[in-house]
Design a protein around this ligand. Structure first.
Ligand SMILES: [Zn+2]
Ligand SMILES: [Zn+2]
Length: 134
């Protein structure tokens, strides 16, 4: 838990037991929806509401500590901000994996083709994960 406390402190986020639980879960799961967070931690916080989870999530987004991940057809997921990466989305089980690939050449060909000035790139690959393919 100490690691999570340090992380929150570094981002000037007020430490509460709920926030610690959210951050720990997010770190373990990688990408998680608000509803899943709520389902997983509500036993430990009987007075917790879905609205409170949203409030905590929004506060952590504003502090640039976590970010929202929008994936077509799935609930929005949230993840801790880490090195820039793309995502592999399994269409069978909905699992999301990080993949650290260089998107520079992709960005270059897009700019060359369209004259569009690319400021940011996020790539999502849809398909079947190793577990589902087995
Ligand atoms: Zn899968
Ligand atoms: Zn990710």
């Amino acid at each position: 838990m100490q690691r999570y406390m340090t992380l929150l402190k570094e981002h000037n986020i007020k430490i509460t037991p709920q926030r610690l639980a959210i951050v720990k879960l997010m770190d373990e799961q990688g990408h998680i929806s608000v509803r899943d967070i709520f389902e997983r931690i509500k036993e430990n916080f009987p007075s917790l509401s879905l609205a409170t989870v949203y409030k905590n999530i929004n506060a952590m987004i504003e502090s640039d500590f976590i970010k929202e991940l929008k994936i077509v057809g799935l609930d929005n997921k949230y993840e801790l901000i880490k090195e820039k990466h793309s995502h592999l989305v399994c269409q069978e089980c909905g699992d999301i994996e990080d993949i650290f690939i260089d998107t520079t050449s992709l960005t270059k060909s897009v700019s060359k083709e369209s004259g569009f000035k690319v400021a940011d790139t996020t790539v999502q690959f849809f398909g079947t994960c190793k577990k589902c393919a087995a």
